[in-house]
Design a protein around this ligand. Structure first.
Ligand SMILES: C[S@@+](CC[C@H](N)C(=O)[O-])C[C@H]1O[C@@H](n2cnc3c(N)ncnc32)[C@H](O)[C@@H]1O
Length: 332
């Protein structure tokens, strides 16, 4: 469940079946955004209609029963909404290595933090984000001194550190707190930095699990931006989506193509003629429906790898040629 689902429950209990606001709406989901305004303590739910109006399923209407804004006799506000929620995790971005990044990387970390806040607001509200280890301009209000002190203060039961170098594989387990490294890998070698966060936690006596997100056994194809990791986890734990599907939903074409480059050599076939070549079948594209790829992406990767894409009917003819088991090739 997302925050808006609890918001809708509460509205219905108060006999409200449509909601409006004159506050700025920038999200694709106006009801979630109104719920965030309330949970952030920026507005209450009041009787009457103001600004843009929606049914609770997000469809626009001309007028609503209530509005999200400012009034003296609110129907409900932040406390009643937050009390109602359960099972929302905290997302901690550990930025202790911020100063070790280049100027360009620092700017990327900030861009990803902004996007992560956007993700947090798509599912929950601002209180659920913490940025530890470094007070970064623009994000001061999310700052906590260290991940360990934040965890101790909140007294969490179950903590998961998302670490691409962990032994365990993440398969959708829920937790009170998910830790992501505030790390951008553009220059230098930052391999293993997330595990250093884990070693700090061990030193502080914190009980946690490190887990890596894999796509069919490999980190290649798993987007590694801070915000995409947060989104995958929240899609899994709050929307109940399987990890593989969550990865596919946040995967960029570029990341999907990297993975395709790793997969294609496993399925190509060889034809030894005057000019030997490797080929794949048009229908092989369907084998990769677990990657966020268009048929054009598939053709482009085959072109880059010098594989010919042959029609399946042509392959029926090739199969009649002699097959050399040692070379693993058809002979024309
Ligand atoms: C760009 S990655 C940095 C990884 C870093 N170079 C390392 O080797 O630890 C940023 C953060 O995203 C998370 N992350 C990225 N890919 C992940 C994966 N496949 N599994 C788990 N966490 C991942 C980690 O929390 C990591 O600290």
């Amino acid at each position: 469940m997302r925050l808006k689902d609890y918001f809708i429950e509460l509205l219905k209990e108060h006999g409200i079946d449509s909601i409006s606001t004159s506050l700025k709406l920038i999200s694709r989901d106006p009801i979630q955004q109104m719920a965030v305004y309330v949970a952030n303590g920026k507005a209450n739910v009041c009787r009457g209609s103001e600004g843009k109006a929606f049914k609770l399923n997000g469809e626009p209407v001309s007028e609503a029963k209530a509005f999200v804004g400012d009034c003296s006799n609110a129907v409900f506000g932040r406390d009643e909404l937050i009390e109602r929620t359960e099972g929302f995790p905290y997302v901690v971005i550990d930025c202790q290595f911020y100063d070790l990044h280049s100027k360009k990387e620092k700017s990327k970390v900030k861009t990803q933090l902004r996007a992560t806040l956007g993700v947090i607001r798509d599912f929950m509200w601002d209180d659920r984000l913490a940025i530890t280890g470094k007070k970064i301009q623009e994000f001061e209000r999310f700052y906590s001194e260290s991940t360990a002190s934040f965890i101790k203060e909140k007294n969490f039961d179950r903590v998961i550190l998302l670490d691409p170098n962990a032994e365990e594989v993440y398969s959708g387990e829920k937790a009170d707190c998910f830790i992501i490294g505030g790390i951008v890998d553009k220059t230098g070698n930052k391999k293993g930095w997330t595990s250093k966060i884990g070693r700090d936690l061990e030193r502080e006596g914190i009980d946690f699990t490190s887990a890596k997100i894999l796509l069919r056994g490999d980190t290649i194809g798993v987007p590694d931006r801070i915000n995409t990791i947060a989104e995958m986890v929240l899609l899994t734990v709050l929307d109940g989506i399987e990890v593989e599907e969550a990865i596919r939903r946040v995967q960029s074409n570029l990341v999907a193509r990297w993975r395709l480059k790793k997969e294609l050599p496993k399925i190509t076939k060889r034809l030894d003629s005057k000019r030997p070549f490797r080929f794949v079948l048009k229908s092989d594209f369907r084998k990769f429906d677990w990657l966020n790829l268009s048929y054009r992406d598939f053709l482009e990767v085959c072109r880059q790898m010098d594989y010919i894409v042959v029609d399946d009917s042509l392959f029926e003819i090739i199969q009649k040629f002699e097959f050399d088991e040692v070379k693993g090739a058809y002979k024309a």
